[in-house]
Ligand binder design. Structure first.
Ligand SMILES: *Cc1c(COP(=O)(O)O)cnc(C)c1O
Length: 376
């Protein structure tokens, strides 16, 4: 039976992937050398397509790693000497923070309860230099002066909470002297980040890009590179084969330090090209339209409610629903109809489902799903 995966990663493959896989086999992509002109052309193509899709300026490199989890570590290793700051509202943002602690950094956490999100308005603005010192800032949070890197999660996949792109961009503008890194694993290319300001962002390909797992994509600016070089000059460890300077040096040639996941780099370039053909704005609009269908359904249908209360924090790409029907039973019921839903994350496994609304699923497929979710 045909199956549609509404799971938040690994997820439904983007509809053109099977055709690109066939072409990749015909072109011997699995066998070509990663030191060949053929590979350099693939890397360059993927770089160009992602640059167009996400509006990435020439100041930023596009680098490949094994996963997003790896990038948490690389980012902290290469861009933090002493202190990082983390907004935490779920498992993934927590893991970014855990990584910084494992690497023995001095970490600051701004935490919100599960299901809640962060806004620009939560923070003290410091650009005008008038921010009060100390704790009392009318309940707003001031990112401490010594923080070198601010770590944000655009889409907390465990709870279906987003931090809106406009808020991320504004926050960075009000803390220009700090490096900002955005985890956009389960939302890229939905979130529109201003890379004239945002220093780094990353994703892995098995979520909203609809590819098989096994590739992380790290967007990093010259400022990040300069920071890594500064740490290295101080004789601190910034890692070895995937240190930012080593990735960057190879990138200049459209190569990688190690034998990379050539196959996925190829597929990512092809899918990004397909997305560019549709246009990123059209993809964002379509995502919004499908998300509206999903959240309207959850609000109006007996037995469901959206887990995230504030509509501005509801993720357009991963909707989390409280269910009265035990979620395991609901998931089983839909599976018999060829639709695979994500279970709730961690403690919410029994009471919630997660519905991925990535570009790979069409409005029609979303409508079929919602029809099937109606109480029996
Ligand atoms: C899945 C996910 C990760 C980890 O991605 P991997 O590819 O498993 O390394 C990181 N952050 C977010 C928000 C995620 O959803």
């Amino acid at each position: 039976m045909a199956q549609v995966y509404f799971t938040p990663g690994p997820a439904e493959l983007y509809p053109t992937v099977s055709q690109h896989i066939k072409t990749a086999l015909d072109e011997h992509i699995g066998s070509i050398s990663h030191r060949s002109a053929a590979f350099r052309k693939i890397y360059q193509h993927t770089d160009e397509q992602l640059r167009t899709l996400l509006n990435i300026p020439a100041t930023h490199a596009i680098l490949f790693t094994g996963s997003a989890t790896e990038i948490w570590e690389r980012m902290i290793q290469n861009c933090v000497e002493f202190e990082s700051f983390h907004c935490i509202n779920g498992s993934f943002s927590q893991k970014f923070y855990d990584t910084a602690n494992d690497l023995k950094k001095f970490t600051h956490r701004f935490e919100k309860p599960l299901g809640q999100g962060f806004d620009y308005e939560d923070f003290v603005k410091v650009t005008d230099g008038t921010a009060a010192k100390g704790e009392d800032n009318n309940g707003k949070v001031k990112i401490p002066d010594y923080v070198e890197l601010v770590c944000l999660t655009a889409n907390e996949t465990s709870t279906g909470v987003q931090m809106r792109g406009v808020d991320i961009n504004k926050l960075k503008r009000s803390y220009r002297s700090k490096l900002f890194c955005v985890d956009m694993v389960s939302s890229a290319p939905y979130h529109s980040l201003d890379f004239e300001e945002v220093d780094s962002a990353f994703f892995s390909v098995q979520k909203s890009f609809g590819l098989p797992a096994g590739l992380g994509v790290w967007i990093a600016s010259e400022k990040c590179l300069a920071k890594a070089e500064q740490l290295r000059e101080k004789d601190l460890s910034i890692g070895s084969y995937h240190s930012l300077p080593s990735l960057w040096k190879n990138y200049k040639n459209f190569e990688t330090p190690e034998t990379p996941n050539v196959w996925n780099i190829y597929l990512l370039g092809k899918v990004a090209e397909d997305m560019n053909r549709i246009g990123v704005e059209a993809i964002r609009k379509e995502t919004d339209a499908k998300a509206k269908k999903i959240y309207d359904f959850l609000e109006k249908t007996e037995g469901y409610e959206p887990y995230v209360k504030n509509p501005e924090h509801r993720s357009p790409t991963v909707a989390v629903a409280n269910t009265t029907e035990p979620s395991k039973q609901l998931i089983e019921r839909l599976k018999t109809q060829g639709m695979i839903l994500g279970s709730g994350y961690g403690k919410a496994k029994e009471t919630q489902v997660r519905i991925a609304n990535f570009p790979a699923v069409s409005m029609e497929q979303v409508e079929t799903l919602l029809q099937a979710m109606k109480p029996v």
